[in-house]
Design a protein around this ligand. Structure first.
Ligand code: FAD
Ligand code: EPU
Length: 356
């Protein structure tokens, strides 16, 4: 038999950054594609529920998981130099921030704006991560995925990944069909700084280097975001809502609300501002609370249960809907006892009974 190390009925507290204290029937750490294929075949044969996990920094587990959590630690980075670009092939279990540091130290520039985003490379593609003007899609060349059906690996070019704001085909249609194995990243040799508003407070953007951007972004993030070692959270719990121009104009007329016009004519509104203006500042359900510096972030102060975090999020959702007629969309994935739960089942105006 194939030898794989696994753990039974263990706490998953260290496998999710919200630090909710639940268990999984089995936890398996996977370091290569062969072991992954083997586990997936077993799951298929015995119809065992399974979940691929990176660093657990974008999930809220709602129940003890009644299947196998496959923790992806498939690593490796290959770099090819072309006349105008660097082509990187990065396996999905590498950490995003480690890649940012690694490339910067080699003089391969272009990822610095996304310093300190937690999580693995695979999830970066699924989530189309972004910060300070850079999104994964801007540097993506391709994504390699393995189908759960037949374990074949296919290469998807950037366009077929259907990237949009914190979204991709992998988060939707393909979610229960495949695992992201590796990504291709293309970085131009003609580096230019990617300027964002906070940068201008620090120094003249014209003379800035990639290392300086890396340091400034790291400084801003360390100051503004909760320290993962001390406070459980999953970054922004909700996305910034994108709404129709007419609706936005009405709100902008009434309030001094930060907004960002999008290329398709829609308007992105600051979700943090909306929450801040619902008078929910000091709301706390058990140990679940709103992070005071960034209201889109929900925190587990110590021993919050997932139900407390969910209840807090539902209250926020309803208040924002009532006051601004805007449906906040969660950014995190909700994991039930055997599978991911549809967000629309959890966030409605009325409480409904959901089995997860
Ligand atoms: P996980 O939480 O492990 O997984 C997320 C989902 O993807 C799950 O549904 C999982 O089943 C699935 N999945 C994971 N790997 C695979 C795979 N290889 N194949 C198929 N499915 C898979 N995000 C941003 O975009 N910008 C930010 O600035 C940002 N800041 C953050 C700050 C903090 C403090 C925290 C805690 C989070 C932040 N996030 C941010 C969110 C988070 O870091 C990203 O969403 C990240 O990409 C999640 O990576 P992960 O490996 O932890 O994913
Ligand atoms: N604002 C408020 N109150 C708040 C937060 C923000 O009024 O509590 C207003 C301020 O005017 C502020 C503006 O909104 O200037 C924008 O805030 P910020 O730049 O901090 O951005 P954000 O909307 O809170 C987004 C991403 C972050 C990303 C930062 C930086 C989403 C959902 N969140 O946060 O990503 O790091 O921009 O680019 O898009 C994540 O996805 O998990 C995440 C942390």
């Amino acid at each position: 038999m194939y030898k794989i190390k696994y753990f039974s009925n263990l706490s998953i507290k260290d496998l999710n950054t919200f630090r909710v204290d639940l268990t999984a029937k089995k936890i398996i750490f996977i370091k290569n594609i062969k072991s992954l294929i083997y586990i997936l075949q077993i799951c298929k044969l015995y119809q065992i529920p399974h979940l691929i996990l990176g660093e657990g920094s974008n999930v809220l587990f709602l129940k003890n998981y009644q299947g196998i959590i496959i923790v992806n630690r498939i690593k490796g980075i290959k770099i090819v130099e072309k006349s105008n670009n660097w082509l990187l092939h990065v396996f999905s279990g590498e950490k995003w921030h480690d890649l940012v540091k690694y490339t910067l130290n080699l003089g391969i520039l272009g990822l610095e704006n996304s310093a300190l985003i937690p999580g693995c490379i695979g999830s970066a593609a699924i989530q189309n991560i972004g910060a300070y003007g850079l999104e994964f899609k801007d540097v993506c060349h391709y994504v390699d995925v393995m189908s759960f059906k037949n374990n074949s690996i296919i290469r998807m070019n950037k366009n077929s990944c259907k990237f949009s704001y914190r979204n991709s085909i992998f988060k939707n249609q393909y979610y229960s069909e495949c695992v992201v194995i590796a990504v291709g990243i293309k970085l131009s040799k003609k580096w230019q700084p990617l300027i964002f508003s906070e940068l201008e407070n620090h120094m003249k953007p014209k003379f800035i280097s990639a290392h300086q951007i890396f340091n400034i972004v790291s400084k801003i993030r360390t100051k503004n975001l909760p320290n993962l070692k001390k406070i459980g959270n999953a970054g922004s719990f909700f996305k910034n809502p994108i709404i129709k121009k007419k609706h936005a104009e009405k709100l902008i007329c009434l309030y001094n609300i930060p907004y960002y016009p999008q290329s398709d004519g829609l308007i992105k509104i600051s979700g943090g501002w909306l929450i801040e203006h619902c008078n929910l500042k000091n709301i706390q359900i058990g140990d679940a609370a709103i992070y005071q510096k960034k209201k889109l972030i929900l925190i587990n102060k110590k021993k919050a249960t997932p139900q407390e975090i969910l209840q807090l999020a539902q209250i926020i959702y309803r208040h924002v809907l009532k006051k601004f007629n805007i449906h906040l969309e969660p950014e995190v994935d909700f994991i039930g006892s055997i599978k991911k739960i549809k967000t629309s089942d959890l966030f409605t105006l009325k409480n409904k009974k959901i089995i997860y």
